[in-house]
Ligand binder design. Structure first.
Ligand SMILES: CC(C)(COP(=O)(O)OP(=O)(O)OC[C@H]1O[C@@H](n2cnc3c(N)ncnc32)[C@H](O)[C@@H]1OP(=O)(O)O)[C@@H](O)C(=O)NCCC(=O)NCCS
Length: 162
């Protein structure tokens, strides 16, 4: 079968499964200076209060998984631990789909805020979050293993109407 150029519409958000872990780990290595190990993603699939999603493609599509988002609910806070898209399909709105799906989930479970950390040097991601109204609430010194600082980002969610 000839390889088709992947189009964003050919990917759907669904819960992450064990069978996605190799693809997730591959995207992770291509995306982060200090990647999470495959085993770490695997354990997240089993932990409670997690929200683990992938963009899964139609059969035959390359890449099969276009991106993923891993988050955890911590009482009133919905914390995004990981979000990445495959470098081959970036700038096509797939990162937005993952983030918007997570924000909808956070609202639906009554979270008051969505939070995450971002490297100071990660300007594309900082721009991405700023476009949703995340604010850089404070700086965590030497947050990453290589000594770089992080910004802690917060998106405050409006209280649900009753
Ligand atoms: C951040 C990331 C998930 C965005 O994914 P994506 O699939 O490219 O996202 P989208 O195509 O939906 O773009 C969303 C917005 O991000 C911003 N953005 C993305 N890449 C950008 C770049 N290189 N420079 C500036 N802004 C950028 C833009 O605001 C863009 O919106 P627009 O297309 O309407 O201008 C992706 O770049 C990635 O996986 N990066 C590596 C991992 C990472 O840094 N994750 C975040 C860690 S906190």
């Amino acid at each position: 079968m000839a390889l088709r150029k992947p189009e964003p519409a050919q990917y759907a958000i669904r819960p992450a499964e064990t069978g996605d872990l190799d693809e997730i780990a591959r995207i992770e290595r291509a995306s982060f200076r200090i990647p999470w190990k495959r085993e770490f993603f695997e354990s997240e699939l089993r932990e409670p209060y997690r929200f683990t999603r992938v963009l899964g493609g139609d059969p035959g599509l390359v890449p099969r998984i276009a991106g993923y988002l891993f988050a955890v609910s911590l009482y009133e806070e919905f914390h995004i631990n990981k979000i990445a898209t495959d470098p081959r399909v970036r700038h096509r709105g797939l990162g937005r789909r993952l983030l918007e799906d997570a924000i909808v989930r956070a609202r639906n479970i009554g979270a008051e805020s969505v939070t995450l950390e971002v490297r100071l040097s990660n300007l594309p991601a900082r721009e991405f979050y700023r476009s949703y109204g995340f604010h850089e609430s404070f700086r965590r010194k030497s947050y990453y293993q290589d000594g770089e600082d992080a910004f802690a980002l917060v998106l405050t969610l409006a209280p649900a109407r009753r």
